[in-house]
Design a protein. Structure first.
Length: 171
């Protein structure tokens, strides 16, 4: 409990300090309205593990290349990164105190967050792979049916569906 409270307090202080200088750096909007993806949270947590939860300039800069398409330029601003990490801290259970050989704590709250998000991301990717494989199998079945001439009567309908989907994607 103590480590999480201290870390949360430190991050809140960082946010307050950034808010005091808000006039210098205008953000496009008050904050992200959409939730962060698991991938984005994992990038954030990994960057905090590397740079620490006091170096938001470095954290923000390190994860900007990983922004998902359609995100505003300030999505990974220092303020948003600190705020999102604070949420991660609040929703993560404090690790049990496991002691190493010399008495140091083996697992930190940062470790727990990264481990949890990594597991979630792996599951997300497994699901995506399954969906992609199913789409591939369906397309392969459709191609075989077309080549065998079993759905010649539906070719015009299939073609029109493809044209409509392409128009929607282009918009």
């Amino acid at each position: 409990f103590g480590t999480r409270c201290v870390a949360s307090f430190v991050i809140c202080c960082s946010l307050a300090k950034m808010a005091a200088g808000a006039g210098k750096h205008k953000l496009m909007n008050a904050g992200p309205t959409e939730p962060w993806s698991i991938r984005e949270k994992l990038c954030l947590a990994s960057s905090v593990m590397r740079s620490g939860d006091q170096n938001w300039v470095s954290v923000s800069r390190a994860i900007k290349p990983f922004a998902e398409s359609g995100r505003p330029p300030d999505w990974f601003s220092q303020k948003h990164c600190a705020s999102q990490y604070s949420e991660l801290l609040e929703t993560t259970e404090t690790p049990k105190r496991k002691r190493g050989e010399k008495g140091e704590v083996v697992e930190t709250i940062e470790d727990v967050i990264v481990r949890k998000l990594t597991a979630e991301r792996v599951e997300e990717l497994k699901k995506l792979i399954k969906e992609t494989q199913e789409k591939y199998r369906q397309l392969k079945r459709d191609a075989e049916l077309i080549q065998a001439g079993h759905i010649d009567h539906r070719l015009e309908e299939i073609y029109n569906d493809i044209v409509v989907k392409k128009r929607i994607e282009e918009e």
